[in-house]
Design a protein around this ligand. Structure first.
Ligand code: HAS
Ligand code: CU
Length: 554
């Protein structure tokens, strides 16, 4: 762990790159949040969108900006800073690659966003075929992914340099975690790159007439599930490696943390069928296999929960706590860097339980395509992950800009997180409940022409609107804090906290950094889970679908 303490500050040149990513991320948050407010108002049945703006267009902007842009840009910015802080300043070449990646991603985002605004790509964030978008939309997405590979390559290169300079040593924990997340991302994005380049783009350009919908959805979900762990793992980096330092404790077990990340690499990808459990055309035996693998990928999250409780308890006891829960009183509740991610962690208990419901083959039939699923990902992504990202920003942004998180901003940050928790309890709670009553997701209607069934859902949709409006206040607060920390907070030094393992802890086994082994097992599991079903899907393919544009045009 020594190397992690030698560089205590991110080099200003790397800080600039990291901040560039964060600016785009927070711009996406502000705009995407505004779209979310419009949606809950429309769904309440009491408001209509002005100027011919279409509900599904707003929904596409919302999903793309928050699900894809905010997350990917924040993660690239955070991971750049984390590697620079723990493995050392990037080389000029790596930093240049980081900038190239940043610009590719930003230009790609602008291209996709323009097409959505022109009503040429109202296809939602999953861009399922046979909904057909303008080719520039798909090219834009491709640039975002290629850009992320270039930046990912820069981070892997920096790790490689560290290893050459420190032979035989374990890499710093945060760098190790970034490497796992980057490798997982590269393997996963091959699926979405394949469907976009081989299927959707030629079809959208008119080179081919028809698209195989099931193949494209299967390739999408090969990517789509690891995508959600690509969002989650940076939050886990904070929980495992940063929170212990903030609360004045030690990392519970460096080896356990690494092992849980490796399990995510192995089991995140061969599980995409749990998004396709009600899809015809996939043999149930293979669905069952992927459900089993999905339950395997729950294990590293349970390990994380155990590890966090252990960290809290050990730290509390070392500060004199007694009794079963006495340690809870010793945690630094007044420190936003801890409390904000903690609220995210607490939300992950019901959020993860909901995920286990989704993944249960039979129960999926009850919830699939209902607004329950929307409730699920607003607890996982929009609460657990996003609150942790906010909590990270509250020290990372001032660290990178050479400013201080003031007492007033710290207080506002804690208020922000509580506002978020209350808003999300209303909104996500109502979504879960309405979903169980059968209310569909991805739908602009609220009353369905006065149907009695739909009337049951209305009170929940009003609750969603109340929750969504509270959340919008939360977005305004977080933007106030971000702008303050980036431009106006007093100059000073804010720590980039990095936790340390207990003195005398046994070193993690060297095999943990045997990437050939882990990549080999990952590939074997993917081939096992996907080869036969894909052959099946392709051999029994229907003629394919022409493109559909179901939305209103300007
Ligand atoms: Fe999911 C659908 C299954 C986790 C995101 N998920 C989605 C979609 C999104 C998403 C975006 O099997 C919708 C995609 C679309 O548009 O169609 N999900 C799971 C499972 C997990 C899971 C099994 N999901 C996530 C995470 C996400 C995310 C994480 C984003 C970040 N999900 C599904 C399934 C579907 C699905 C199906 C398809 C549904 C359908 O039919 O369409 C698991 O990874 C969850 C494991 C988590 C746990 C919780 C551990 C708890 C911890 C906290 C400890 C707390 C502490 C604090 C220490 C087992 C680590 C103490 C505090 C106190 C107050 C005491
Ligand atoms: Cu999934």
């Amino acid at each position: 762990m020594k190397a992690s303490t030698t560089h205590t500050k991110v080099d200003p040149r790397d800080a600039k790159l990291s901040m560039a990513y964060l600016y785009v991320a927070f711009t996406a948050l502000a705009l995407g949040g505004l779209m979310g407010l419009l949606q809950v108002l429309v769904r309440s049945g009491k408001y209509e969108l002005p100027f011919g703006i279409d509900y599904y267009q707003v929904l596409t902007v919302h999903g793309v900006l928050l699900g894809l842009v905010l997350t990917t840009f924040f993660i690239m910015g955070f991971q750049t800073a984390a590697v620079s802080r723990t493995a050392g300043t990037m080389s000029n070449g790596a930093r240049m690659a980081g900038w190239i990646g940043f610009w590719l991603m930003t230009i790609g985002t602008a291209m996709a966003a323009t097409m959505i605004l022109l009503k040429e790509a109202t296809v939602l964030f999953t861009f399922y075929a046979p909904l057909k978008a303008h080719p520039i939309f798909y090219i834009g997405l491709t640039l975002v992914i290629v850009g992320s590979w270039v930046t990912g390559g820069a981070l892997l290169g920096t790790y490689g340099k560290w290893r050459r300079q420190n032979p035989g040593k374990n890499s710093p924990l945060l760098t190790f975690m970034v490497v796992v997340n980057t490798v997982m991302w590269i393997v996963a994005t091959l699926g979405v790159a394949a469907t976009v380049l081989l299927q959707l783009l030629p079809w959208s350009l008119g080179i081919v007439d028809r698209v195989d919908v099931l193949v494209s959805r299967t390739l999408f979900w090969y990517f789509g599930h690891p995508l959600v762990y690509f969002w989650l793992l940076p939050a886990y980096m904070c929980w495992y490696a940063i929170i212990p330092k903030i609360i004045g404790g030690k990392i519970f077990s460096d080896s356990l943390a690494r092992l849980s990340f490796l399990l995510f690499l192995l089991f995140s990808i061969p599980v995409g069928f749990h998004h396709q459990l009600v899809e015809p055309g996939i043999d149930p035996a293979w669905k069952f296999l992927q459900v089993v693998l999905t339950f395997m990928v729950i294990i590293p999250s349970l390990m994380t929960a155990f590890s966090m409780f252990a960290t809290f308890e050990k730290t509390g006891r070392s500060k004199g706590a007694t009794g079963l829960f006495g340690w809870a009183k010793k945690l630094p509740w007044g420190d936003a860097r801890f409390t904000v991610p903690f609220i995210g962690m607490a939300a992950f208990i019901p959020a993860g339980a909901g995920g286990i419901v989704n993944a249960s083959h039979q129960l999926n039939q009850v919830v699939h395509n209902t607004i329950w699923v929307t409730g699920h990902f607003h607890l996982t992504l929009a609460t657990t992950v996003v609150l942790t990202f906010f909590g990270i920003s509250y020290w990372l942004v001032p660290h990178l800009t050479g400013r201080k998180l003031t007492k007033a901003m710290n207080k506002l940050a804690i208020i922000q997180a509580w506002v978020w928790a209350v808003g999300m309890t209303f909104m996500s709670g109502a979504m879960h409940a309405a979903g169980l009553l059968g209310a569909p997701r991805r739908s602009a209607f609220s009353e369905y022409g006065g149907s009695a069934q739909a009337a049951e859902w209305i009170p929940y949709q009003v609750a969603q609107a109340i929750g969504g409006s509270i959340l919008f206040i939360g977005i305004i607060l977080v933007m106030v804090i971000f702008i303050n920390l980036a431009f106006f907070a007093p100059k000073g030094e804010e720590e980039f906290p990095v936790g340390e393992a207990e003195a005398g802890e046994e070193k993690a086994p060297a095999v943990f950094e045997n990437w050939k082994l882990w990549l080999g097992i990952t590939a074997a599991l993917i081939l096992f889970a996907y080869t036969i079903p894909l052959i099946d899907i392709i051999q029994n393919a229907p003629i394919g679908s022409k493109g559909w544009q179901t939305w209103s045009k300007w």
